[in-house]
Design a protein around this ligand. Structure first.
Ligand code: IMP
Ligand code: MG
Length: 186
């Protein structure tokens, strides 16, 4: 039996079957777009992108490498990115000459991904594109081009399927909306 989520979960926003179907579609689209590429590198942004990456890569038929990048934002509260981002753990893989696809859980203000895209672009890849499971367009403060989006969602704080609530609940197989008042109070 699952530990009760009643005090945290307002509603299931995207259920498991819907996630699976959309992630498969994205994988097919990516496979078509990179058909013939022999140097595709998927870069997962830790930690939130992990579950998305492992599902997405199963649906990508083009041979590829994976690697992981951990970044954090200074002064980040539950709901705000102030704009200064730093690398906590860098890639092991070389980026030069590769087709880089960044795999992220959610794009909110856009600060984190703008930083990541700039850092990767400076390493002379053959190309850099961005794939995000979730997008909150109404929260954007920085213009950023997203190449693949799983779902555009409203401005609600969500968790599960890789996304955390105070570092927990990343294992939930669905995306849920947090009950008002529960953020920062888990
Ligand atoms: P940005 O730099 O403001 O775009 O923030 C992106 C990061 O904020 C994501 O990688 C997430 O870690 C985190 N984030 C933004 N919105 C949510 C949410 O609703 N739930 C969980 N994490 C979120
Ligand atoms: Mg996070």
């Amino acid at each position: 039996m699952r530990h009760s989520l009643d005090h945290l979960l307002q509603e299931v926003l995207i259920d498991e079957a819907t996630l699976r179907a959309r992630v498969e579609e994205l994988g097919e689209q990516i496979s078509n777009d990179y058909a013939g590429a022999n140097n595709l590198l998927l870069i997962c942004i830790l930690k939130g992108g992990v579950m998305f990456l492992t599902d997405l890569m199963r649906s990508i038929t083009v041979p590829h490498e994976i690697d992981f990048l951990s970044v954090s934002s200074y002064g980040k509260g539950a709901r705000m990115t102030t704009g200064s981002v730093r690398i906590d753990m860098d890639l092991k893989a070389e980026v030069i000459g590769k087709h880089v696809l960044i795999v992220e859980d959610i794009i909110d203000s856009g600060h984190t991904l703008k930083f990541v895209m700039e850092v990767m672009s400076a390493r002379q890849p053959a190309s850099v594109r961005l794939c995000t499971l979730l997008d909150k367009p109404s929260r954007r403060t920085i213009d950023i081009k997203i190449d693949y989006t799983g779902f555009a969602i409203e401005d609600k704080f969500v968790f599960g399927y890789g996304l955390d609530l105070d570092e927990k609940y990343r294992n939930l197989p669905f995306i849920g909306v947090v009950k008002p008042g529960a953020v920062g109070n888990v």
